[in-house]
Ligand binder design. Structure first.
Ligand code: NAD
Ligand code: IPM
Ligand code: MN
Length: 366
C-alpha cells in the first residue's frame, strides 16, 4: 500500500487547534482509502523560537525536505513581535520556507457557497447563488524578497527601503499557471496590476499579453489593483481566475476570503515549478489567514481553511483525488446542514453553532 510522508508544521495561535482537526480528517481518509501516512510534526514560527531557539529550526527544514508535502498551520503573534524582523516567525520561517522550496505559485480558491451568502458582507442580491474565484498569487517575488532591503540613516533621517523587483521569467511562469487554471474553468483571466504607476507592472502586463498568445481560448482582462479591490465588493461574480503579484495578492485574497463568508474558509496551496513525473507537485498547504491571536486558545476557530488545505495537499501532492473530493463534499454538506463556527454565524434560526472540534466531528461524519 502507498505510504506518504507529510511534514506537519502547526505553528502558533490557532494553528495547532485547527491542525488537530485536519489530522483527524486525514486519519479518517487514510482508513477509508487504505493509504498510509507518516507524519513528522515539527516546531515552526514562535513555537520554533520557544522550543528550538529559532523560527525555522534545522530539524524542521530537514523534515520538510524529506516529505512529499508540507501541511502548515500559521505563525506569528504578539509574543514575538519585538524580536529583530528577520528572526520573527513570518520573516524567519514562513518566507524562507516559500523561498527555499521555490513555491512561487500560490493558489487561493475563494468559493462563496450558496448557503454562506448570508455570512458575506456583500449585499445578497449581488451574490445570489454564490461565486467561485481562484486567486493565483505570485509568492516568491516582489516586495517580499526584492533587494536591496535596508534601514539606515540617510541625510540624518531614519529611512527604510524595500524593493519591488520582477524578472520576466518570474511573471511568465505564474502567468502560465493562471492561464492553465482558467482553461479548466470559465476561460476568463483577470490580471491585476498597477501599470499606470509601477514599472514592474508594465512588464507584468506585457508578459501576460505575450503568454496569452498561447491560450487563445482564454479571455484576458487587465485591471488596476485599486479598481480590483472595489470590483470585488461591487460584483464578485465577474471574476473567474485572478492573477497578481505577491503583495497585491496578499491583500486581495483576504478581501476575497471575507466576501466568501470568512477568512477561516480560505485554504491555499503553494506549489513549485514543474510537476514530478507523475503529474504531482511538491507543495506547502496552509490556511490563508493567520494565527488569530484574538481567538487563540479558546477552541473556537474555524478549522475549514486548514481542512480544505489538506484537501489541496491530497489533490496536488499525493494524487488522492477521491479523498480530496470527499473533503470538498463534506465541507459543503456541513455548511448546508447549518454547522457554523463563530466567524460564520449570522444568528439565523437554522444555524448549529459549533466550536473547532465539533466542526471537525461534523466534517468527519459527513
Ligand atoms: P489573522 O488572519 O490571524 O486574523 C485576522 C482576523 O481573522 C481575526 O479577527 C481572526 O480572529 C480572524 N480569523 C482568522 N482565521 C480565522 C479562523 N480560522 N477562524 C475564525 N476566525 C479567523 O491576521 P492578523 O490578526 O493580522 O495576524 C495575526 C498574526 O498572524 C500575525 O503575527 C501575522 O503575521 C500572522 N499571520 C500568519 C499567517 C501565516 O502563518 N500563514 C498568515 C497571516 C497572518
Ligand atoms: C499570508 C500571510 C503572509 C504573507 C505573512 C504572514 C508573511 O499574510 O500567507 O497571506 O504576507 O504572505
Ligand atoms: Mn495574508
Amino acid at each position: 500500500a502507498k505510504n506518504y510522508k507529510i511534514a506537519v508544521l502547526a505553528g502558533d495561535g490557532i494553528g495547532p487547534e485547527v491542525m488537530c482537526e485536519a489530522l483527524r480528517v486525514l486519519e479518517a481518509l487514510s482508513l477509508r482509502y487504505g493509504f498510509g501516512v507518516t507524519l513528522s510534526e515539527q516546531y515552526v514560527g514562535g513555537a520554533g523560537i520557544d522550543h528550538a531557539g529559532k523560527a525555522l529550526p534545522d530539524e524542521t527544514l530537514r523534515a520538510c525536505e524529506a516529505a512529499d508535502a508540507i501541511l502548515f498551520g500559521s505563525v506569528g503573534g504578539p509574543k514575538w513581535e519585538n524580536l529583530p524582523p528577520n528572526e520573527q516567525p513570518e520573516r524567519g520561517a514562513l518566507l524562507p520556507l516559500r523561498k527555499h522550496f521555490g513555491l512561487y505559485a500560490n493558489l487561493r480558491p475563494g468559493i462563496c457557497l450558496p448557503a454562506l451568502t448570508h455570512a458575506s458582507p456583500v449585499k445578497n442580491e449581488l451574490i445570489e447563488g454564490g461565486f467561485d474565484i481562484l486567486c493565483v498569487r505570485e509568492l516568491t517575488g516582489g516586495l517580499y524578497f526584492g533587494q536591496p532591503r535596508y534601514r539606515k540613516e540617510i541625510d540624518g533621517e531614519d529611512t527604510a527601503v524595500d524593493t519591488l523587483v520582477y524578472r520576466k521569467s518570474e511573471i511568465e511562469r505564474i502567468a502560465r499557471v493562471a492561464f492553465e487554471a482558467a482553461r479548466g474553468r470559465r476561460n476568463l483571466l483577470t490580471s491585476v496590476d498597477k501599470a499606470n504607476v509601477l514599472t514592474s507592472s508594465i512588464l507584468w502586463r506585457e508578459t501576460i499579453l505575450e503568454v496569452a498568445k498561447d491560450y487563445p481560448e482564454v479571455e484576458v482582462r487587465h485591471m488596476y489593483v485599486d479598481n480590483a479591490a472595489m470590483q470585488l465588493v461591487r460584483n464578485p461574480q465577474q471574476f473567474d481566475v485572478l492573477v497578481t503579484e505577491n503583495l497585491f495578492g496578499d491583500i486581495l485574497s483576504d478581501e476575497m476570503a471575507m466576501i466568501c463568508g470568512s477568512l477561516g474558509m480560505l485554504p491555499s496551496a503553494s506549489l513549485c515549478q514543474g510537476s514530478k513525473d507523475n503529474g504531482l507537485f511538491f507543495g506547502m498547504y496552509e490556511p490563508s489567514g493567520g494565527s488569530a491571536p484574538d481567538i487563540a486558545g479558546k477552541g473556537i476557530a474555524n478549522p475549514i481553511a486548514q481542512i480544505l488545505s489538506l484537501g489541496m495537499l491530497l489533490r496536488y501532492s499525493l494524487g488522492e483525488t477521491a479523498a480530496a473530493n470527499d473533503i470538498d463534499r463534506a465541507v459543503r454538506r456541513v455548511i448546508d446542514l447549518g454547522y457554523r463556527t463563530g466567524d460564520l454565524a449570522t444568528g439565523a434560526p437554522n444555524e448549529i453553532r459549533v466550536n473547532t472540534a465539533a466542526m471537525g466531528d461534523a466534517i468527519i461524519a459527513a
